[in-house]
Structures are given as C-alpha cells and as structure tokens.
Design a protein around this ligand. Structure first.
Ligand SMILES: *C/C=C(C)/C=C/C=C(C)/C=C/C1=C(C)CCCC1(C)C
Length: 267
C-alpha cells in the first residue's frame, strides 16, 4: 500500500471523527426531560440519531466509490447532516413546549429538497446524460413548490392559493423525472443498478413526498390532524425521503464502482 494512500485515509478518518464528534454535541446535549410516554419526542430522538449515523456512513463510503460517484454520496451526507441539526433543535423545542414551529421544517426543506433534486442531476451526470436544463428545471420546481407553501403557512398568502401553486411545482418535478428530459435521459445509458436506483428514487418523490401536502391539507385546510400526529408522520416521512433515498444512491454508486473496478482496477 502506498504511503500517500495511508496518509489520505488517515486524514479522512480524522475528518470523519471530527464530524461525528461535532454532531454529538448538540445531538446529545439536551432532551433530558424526555417523557417515556412522549412518542413524538421519542420519534424526534430516533430520527435524529438515524440522520446522524447516516451522515457518518455516507461520508465513510465515499472511500469505496469511484471519483464520479463521490459527489453524490457527499450530497446525501449533506442532506442528512442538515436535517440532523434541525432535528436536534426541533426535538428540544418539542420536549420543552410540546409544539414544533413549522418554520424549522421549512428551513430544513428549503436546504435539503434542492439537494435531493440535485441527486437526480448527479446520477445522470455520472452516467454521462445530464444537461444544465435538467438541473435548473428541478431547482425551479422545488422553489415553486416550497415558497408558496411557506408563505401560506406563515400567513402571507391564502392557504388554498399557496397549496395550489405548491402542487403545480411538485407536479412539474414529477413530470421532469418521469416523462421529461431527465426521465428520458435515465433510460439511455443506465446499468441495471442505476435504473433501479433512479426508478425507486422517483417513486419516493411521488409517494414519500405526498405525505407533506397531505399533512398540509389535514393540518391547515381541514384542521383534522393533531400536532402530535402530524409530527410523527413528518418524522417518518423524512426517514424515507432522506435516509432511504440516500441509501439508494449509495447502492447505485457502490454497484457501479464495483463494475468499474472489475474491468479496470486503477479507477
Ligand atoms: C426532506 C424533506 C422533504 C423531502 C420535504 C418535502 C416537502 C414537500 C414535498 C412539500 C410539498 C408541498 C406541496 C406539494 C404543496 C404545498 C405545501 C407543501 C410545501 C407542503
């Protein structure tokens, strides 16, 4: 083994250790008054830990994939990292007050949802079929979906109008990844592993993401869901939409990297 490899691995290990330790400070600092019957609080706690562990895992696994897949794994780690920090915060607020201000969710979504969209672009780029148009259209769809939702929940826009515009943004994203340029590109060059990952990722965006607008309708339009129910459902949704989504990318990246290594070990 080359000395430079050992050194590189050594510094990566230190960097990973540092990320893990830094996350543990807010991650374990509070929640001292977590009640054993507070299932929402417990779900915040569980998901925080899952997000924290996923971050370390995705970063660690960048070592075992080829260069063009590393960015995808780092972006997965950024998504779970950003979400973990929000969860530490939301958990503590929930334990203290029994409420969870929506603003934390929206800040988290505004950062992580565009990153999740970039994952589609990156997976297509890794197989050589991405275009700048795909990138921009997915990003714009995200903003059209989230910004009106926030404006409406915060009282700056009519609840129904915000919902309708947000739905259009989501439908636009679905169109792009199923039938638009991105959807067509994914059929061109992809191996079975990439096809499987891409296909499952877009079903997550369809089914997993539907939970949020359903929550919006139940909570804001019908007044039919308690804050407890909504938060548990959102927490489980985030587990699918962030951690499972990242694991699919990890699956595609590691499978592809093994194929490449089999043919040319230098890669
Ligand atoms: C990790 C967090 C994720 C994947 C959050 C996703 C959020 C949405 C898909 C929100 C969608 C909404 C609509 C489609 C209509 C308007 C209301 C929103 C913002 C809740």
């Amino acid at each position: 083994m080359k000395i430079s490899n050992v050194l590189q691995k050594g510094s990566l290990l230190k960097a990973l250790g540092a990320v893990g330790l830094l996350m543990m400070v807010p991650g374990t600092a509070y929640a001292g008054n977590l009640d054993q019957n507070d299932f929402v609080g417990i779900s915040f706690w569980l998901i925080s830990m899952a997000l924290m562990a996923s971050t370390v895992f995705f970063l660690w696994e960048t070592q075992s994939v080829t260069a063009k897949w590393k960015t995808s794994l780092v972006v997965s780690a950024l998504v779970t990292f950003i979400a973990a920090v929000h969860y530490f915060y939301m958990r503590d607020v929930w334990v203290d007050t029994g409420t969870s201000p929506t603003v934390f969710r929206y800040i988290d979504w505004l950062l992580t949802v565009p990153l999740l969209m970039i994952e589609f672009y990156l997976i297509l780029r890794a197989i050589g079929v991405a275009t700048a148009g795909i990138f921009w259209r997915l990003l714009i769809g995200t903003l059209v979906m989230l910004v009106p939702g926030y404006l409406a929940e915060a009282g700056y826009m009519d609840i129904t109008i915000g919902f309708v515009i947000g739905m259009l943004g989501w439908f636009y994203i679905l169109y792009e990844i199923f039938a638009g340029e991105a959807g067509k590109a994914a059929e061109k060059n992809a191996s079975d592993a990439v096809k499987y990952a891409y296909n499952t990722m877009r079903w997550i965006v369809t089914v997993g993401w539907a939970i949020y607008p359903i929550g919006y309708v139940m909570g804001y339009m019908l007044g039919a869901a308690s804050p407890e129910a909504l938060n548990i459902v959102y927490n489980l949704a985030d587990l699918v939409n962030k951690v499972a989504f990242g694991l699919l990318i990890w699956y595609a990246a590691t499978s592809e990297s093994q194929t490449v290594k089999g043919t040319a070990d230098q890669a």
